[in-house]
Design a protein around this ligand. Structure first.
Ligand code: PGA
Length: 250
């Protein structure tokens, strides 16, 4: 069975005191036992967030990391550094990283290897742009992102990989893919994994949806058969909204 996961991607929001306030509010809430909740604060707040959730089921994860183990890469953060502050999971290939920081499939393939070599888990993000969907190429784009960025990993590695399907046109735009569109693509992703690997791996991998998930639409999206959770941006910055989304799933 895939794990049910709701992950909050805080992006470049929340300084230290805002991080503390949001965490204080989240920690007051009861998290449904069958849902794994993750939050991804900025690098500077990971340690504080990890310390503050030590006794709490919320997992603290990173938004990105560098592909090298260490060295002369000014401004970058390594897997080892993340692990040393308690982080076990990293988001890789978010569309904002792909679009604004030129992260290519080849680079992401390296980052996935680094995460796996360091025994970390990864949430691997994929998603088509509006022009791909309008031209009917969205399945091909998704297939290529999977093939070029992810499908070199071994069968065993899949227990540490999650996928987030995030159509770029739905991120931060208030526009959500319809539950039907989400289900169709999640099903396609699962089938593509089954063809490349095997049905068991495909059945067990958690496939999250991301793109303007809100308390008002979460239930309908999470109810779809191949949706195992969500990667939440804007709505994860507000404890009440984030909890409502988690509870839409529990
Ligand atoms: P959004 O972001 O929920 O604000 O659309 C989702 C994401 O980028 O992960």
């Amino acid at each position: 069975m895939p794990k049910k996961i709701v992950a909050g991607n805080w992006k470049m929001n929340n300084d230290l005191s805002q991080t503390e306030t949001l965490l204080k509010d989240l920690k007051k809430q009861v998290i449904p036992e069958d849902v794994t909740v993750m939050i991804a604060p900025s690098f500077t707040n990971l340690f504080k967030a990890f310390e503050s959730t030590r006794e709490h089921p919320i997992q603290v994860i990173a938004q990105n990391m560098h592909q090298s183990q260490k060295g002369a890469f000014t401004g970058e953060v390594s897997a080892g550094m993340l692990k040393s502050v308690g982080v076990q999971t990293v988001i890789l290939g978010h569309s904002e990283r792909r679009a604004y920081f030129n992260e290519t499939d080849d680079l992401l393939a390296e980052k996935i290897n680094t995460a796996l070599e360091n025994n970390m888990q990864a949430i691997f993000c994929i998603g088509e742009e509006l022009r791909d969907r309008e031209s009917g190429d969205h399945y091909e784009v998704i297939q290529n992102q999977l093939k070029n960025g992810l499908f070199h990993v071994s069968n065993d590695s899949w227990s540490r990989i999650m996928i987030a399907y995030e159509p770029v046109w739905a991120i931060g735009t208030g526009e959500t893919a319809s539950p039907q569109q989400v289900q169709e693509m999640h099903h396609y992703i699962r089938e593509t994994i089954a063809k490349q690997y095997d049905r068991n791996i495909a059945k067990n991998v958690s496939i999250l949806y991301g793109g303007s998930v809100k308390p008002g639409n979460a239930k309908e999206i999470f109810a779809k058969k191949d949706v195992d959770g969500g990667l939440i941006g804007g709505a994860a910055l507000n404890a009440e909204d984030f909890m409502a989304i988690i509870n839409a799933f529990g």
